[in-house]
Design a protein around this ligand. Structure first.
Ligand code: SF4
Ligand code: ZN
Length: 311
């Protein structure tokens, strides 16, 4: 029998005996809405402070897609950042140009930033490369997420620099991090887990931070739901081409039968990082010969992509 769950009765919160809304299987604990919100925000605060992700005086550019993870990230940072002296933030939404998907998430992003009173900037693929993603992908649909990922990273970095940001925060959660470990293993590219590009200066390279990396996706959804902030939004039509979608389904199923699997994958990554400490896995930082952006080779990914797209 699970703690605080009596057969035939609804489970109650481990902290206050109110009806539970979520179960944390790894620590075998039920929580009510109020204690879930406190717990999530406290874990994010601990992640930010322990890993040194945000410091007093930082200006954080929050990548806001309008989906649940980035919505939760913005809500949490809007509560936590005022406690760090001089810290400020700006929300940035990238409009890739995806019919049937982006309009709704854009509306959600605008309404959230208005409600929170947050400075919100919108950048488009059309302005970045001259076309919407839908047009760029004609005949290349199976490469959708690779192309989208490269351009989105560039659009976000340019907008963050223009907004005077010192770092970029994304809504990657525990599930995303565990999926990335597995995807790199499946691709035979475990070194990528610990490979980073030379730090450079903040002028050329903005650190990317993941304040939600310790929070499971299910708890993020519940965190929003109990505060009436959860909206059902359409899914990107290109998701079906992503390897991540297969890995997500596989890992969620495995986690359900073996709670803690995702956490173990993340711990494996940390172990590899420790073993690799001091070995030359860091790629030297160069400047792209065409656009001058920081990159690890002669041409950056965006310029290579421009060439292959004939742009
Ligand atoms: Fe871009 Fe792929 Fe995400 Fe769609 S699913 S928004 S194409 S990365
Ligand atoms: Zn370039």
């Amino acid at each position: 029998m699970e703690p605080h769950a009596v057969p035939g009765e609804s489970p109650v919160c481990a902290c206050c005996a109110e009806p539970a809304v979520v179960y944390q299987p790894v620590i075998r604990r039920y929580l009510c809405g109020t204690h879930l919100v406190r717990d999530v925000e406290e874990r994010v605060r601990t992640t930010i402070l322990e890993t040194g992700q945000i410091h007093a005086g930082d200006r954080v550019a929050v990548g806001l897609s309008g989906g649940k993870d980035s919505t939760a990230l913005l809500v949490i940072l809007s509560r936590l950042l005022p406690t760090l002296p001089g810290a400020s933030f700006v929300a940035i939404t990238v409009d890739e140009g995806i019919a049937g998907y982006r309009a709704d998430t854009m509306r959600a992003a605008k309404s959230l930033t208005q409600r929170l009173g947050v400075d919100h900037r919108i950048v488009t693929f059309r302005a970045l490369i001259g076309d919407d993603l839908d047009t760029l992908l004609i005949g290349r649909e199976t490469h959708a997420c690779t192309i989208c990922g490269i351009l989105r990273k560039k659009a976000l970095a340019d907008a963050a620099r223009a907004a005077g940001a010192t770092s970029i925060a994304t809504g990657h959660n525990l599930d995303d991090e565990a999926q990335s470990v597995l995807m790199n293993a499946f691709r035979g590219d475990l070194p990528r887990l610990v490979r980073t590009t030379g730090t450079g200066t903040s002028e050329t390279f903005l650190p990317r931070i993941k304040p939600l990396m310790a929070i499971p996706e299910k708890e993020i959804a519940s965190y929003l739901f109990v505060q009436d902030l959860f909206s059902v939004l359409p899914e990107c039509p290109y998701t079906k081409y992503a390897l991540r979608a297969e890995v997500r389904a596989l890992l969620s199923d495995y986690e359900c039968h073996h709670p803690g699997t995702m956490q173990h994958l993340i711990e494996s990554k940390k172990t590899i990082e420790q073993y690799c400490a001091g070995t030359p896995v860091m790629e030297p930082l160069h400047r792209c010969r065409e656009c001058g952006d920081p990159c690890s080779g002669d041409l950056c990914q965006v310029c290579r992509l421009r060439h292959s797209l004939g742009k």
